[in-house]
Design a protein around this ligand. Sequence first.
Ligand SMILES: [Zn+2]
Length: 128
Amino acid sequence: MTGAKNTAATMKENILKALEFPRHMIRENVDLLSCRFNGHYVGELGCKLCNAATECKWLTQHDEFSNLARKPLAEVGEALEFAMHFVEALVMESDHDCEMCRCEACHWLRGARETVAEFHHVSSGSSS
Ligand SMILES: [Zn+2]
C-alpha cells in the first residue's frame, strides 16, 4: 500500500531530479555579461529593468544551495512548471518537434510534462 504521504515524497524526489537539467539550461541562456550582479537575483529594485530577471530569480531561488528538498511540494512543483515553460519556449524557438525529437531538451520536456501532470493530480487530490 502506498499512502498519500509516500506518493508526495517520491514525487518531490522526481521533481528535484528533474530540476537539474533546466538549471543548467537556464544558466546557459541567461546573459551574464550585462549583469552587474553576476546572475544573482537581488530583488525587484536591482533587477527591474533586466529582461532576464525572471530566470535569475528562478535560479537564485532554486539552485543547489537553496535547500530545495526542504521546500514544500507545491513550491518545487511550481518551480518545475516554470522550468518546463522555459525549456518549451527555447525548444520551440529552435523548431524542434517535441514529440519526436531525441535531443536532451525534448527528452527532458516529455518527462517534465508527465511529472507536472502527476503533480497537479496529486495536489488536487490532497486536502491541503
Ligand atoms: Zn529537440
